[in-house]
Write a new protein. Structure first.
Length: 313
C-alpha cells in the first residue's frame, strides 16, 4: 500500500514540511544501515485519541541508540512531547508513528562516530499489517534470525530489517502472509516484525529474549493482560513443531497488533479459527486501546487531534 503523506515531520526539535524531510545520498545510514527506530500506534477512543505506550517506545529507542553508541540529545520525555506535537500538528488519528535516529552526512567509512546524529518523527495512517481476516497463513522461514553476538536483536535497528526483508519476501513469494524465523540453534524465534505466542493445553507460551527476539512492547502488554486474566504464561525455548501441534498461535506487534495464525506450513493451527485464549487477549487489548474499557495501566498518552483524515496519498 502506498504511503499516505501528512503535512509535517519533526526534525531535531522543529516541525518541517513532509517534502523537506530529505537526506543526502552520501549519508552514513544509506551505505551502512546505521539507524535505530520505533513504530508506535495512536488509537482513537470515544473521547479523543491516545498514543499506546509512548514512554516505553521512546525508552526502547534510547536503548537501541545506546547499543550503537549513538548519542541522542533528547530525553524520553522530550521525545514523547515531540510525538504529541507532530501528531497534533498533522491532525490524523488513528495513525502509525515512526521515530527514527540515524547517522547522517559526515564521513565515509564504516566507523559512524564522526557522522552527525539526525532524529526525525513522522506519522501517517496505516491499517492492518499481516493480511488475512480469517487468520494469517504463515510459514517457517528458511532464513534464521540474527545469531547472538552478530546483530543485537534487542536493538530495533534498521539493519536488522535486512534479515526481516528476506523472511518476509520469501513468505510472500511463496503465498504466505508472513514468515517465522528459527534462531541459530533451530528454536522458534519470531516473525519478521512480530513476536510469537503459542497456546497448548491452556498455557500461553512465548519465546524468551535469548531466542533472538525483539523485546516487544505489545508482547509485554499481552503477557501482563494474560496474567490478569488468570492465564499461565511461560517464557521458554520452543521447538518448531510446537506450532504444528498448538491449540492456538498468534503474533503480537505494534503493526500486527494481535493477529491469530490460521496455519503454519499449511498445517492448521487447532481448527484454524481464533481460539478462546487468543480471543480473550485480542478482545482485552482492543477494548483498552479503543477506549471501551478503562485504561487501567495508563498505557495511552492523550493527543488532541480533531481531524481523522489523511491529507494525500
Ligand atoms: C522484529 C520484531 N519483533 C517484534 C516486534 C514487536 O514489537 P512491538 O510490540 O514493540 O511493536 C517488532 C515490531 O516492532 C519487530 O520488528
Amino acid at each position: 500500500m502506498a504511503l499516505q503523506t501528512t503535512t509535517n515531520i519533526w526534525h531535531n526539535g522543529n516541525l518541517i514540511p513532509w517534502d523537506k524531510a530529505q537526506i543526502h545520498v552520501m549519508s552514513h545510514v544509506v551505505h551502512y544501515g546505521s539507524s535505530v527506530f520505533e513504530g508506535i500506534r495512536c488509537y482513537t477512543q470515544p473521547n479523543g485519541s491516545g498514543v499506546f505506550r509512548l514512554q516505553e517506545h521512546m525508552a526502547r529507542l534510547l536503548d537501541s541508540a545506546k547499543i550503537y553508541r549513538m548519542p541522542l540529545p533528547y530525553t524520553v520525555d522530550q521525545l514523547c512531547s515531540a510525538v504529541v506535537d507532530v501528531v497534533e500538528a498533522n491532525g490524523i488519528a488513528p495513525c502509525y508513528i515512526r521515530p527514527i535516529a540515524f547517522r547522517g552526512y559526515g564521513e565515509m567509512g564504516v566507523n559512524p562516530l564522526n557522522s552527525p546524529v539526525e532524529v526525525y518523527i513522522a506519522n501517517f495512517p496505516w491499517g492492518k499489517y499481516v493480511p488475512g481476516n480469517q487468520g494469517a497463513d504463515v510459514c517457517i522461514s528458511s532464513w534464521s534470525r540474527l545469531a547472538p553476538n552478530t546483530m543485537p536483536s534487542l536493538a530495533k535497528a534498521g539493519a536488522n530489517y535486512m534479515n526481516s526483508q528476506l523472511i518476509r519476501m520469501e513468505a510472500e513469494v511463496n503465498g504466505y502472509s508472513e514468515g517465522i524465523a528459527l534462531d541459530v540453534n533451530g528454536y522458534l524465534s519470531e516473525g519478521s516484525g512480530e513476536n510469537l505466542f503459542v497456546v497448548k493445553g491452556g498455557i500461553l507460551y512465548t519465546t524468551p529474549l535469548a531466542n533472538s527476539v525483539l523485546s516487544g512492547i505489545t508482547r509485554a502488554s499481552v503477557i501482563m493482560l494474560a496474567k490478569q486474566l488468570g492465564i499461565e504464561v511461560v517464557e521458554q525455548a520452543l521447538p518448531r513443531e510446537m506450532l504444528y501441534i498448538a491449540d492456538e498461535a498468534f503474533f503480537t506487534g505494534t503493526a500486527a497488533e494481535v493477529t491469530h495464525l490460521r496455519s503454519v506450513d499449511r498445517i492448521l493451527v487447532g481448527d484454524g479459527t481464533m481460539g478462546p485464549i487468543t480471543s480473550a487477549l485480542h478482545e482485552e487489548f482492543f477494548a483498552i486501546v479503543n477506549g471501551l474499557k478503562a485504561d487501567r495501566h495508563n498505557w495511552l498518552t492523550p493527543v488532541n487531534v480533531k481531524v481523522a483524515e489523511p491529507v494525500g496519498v
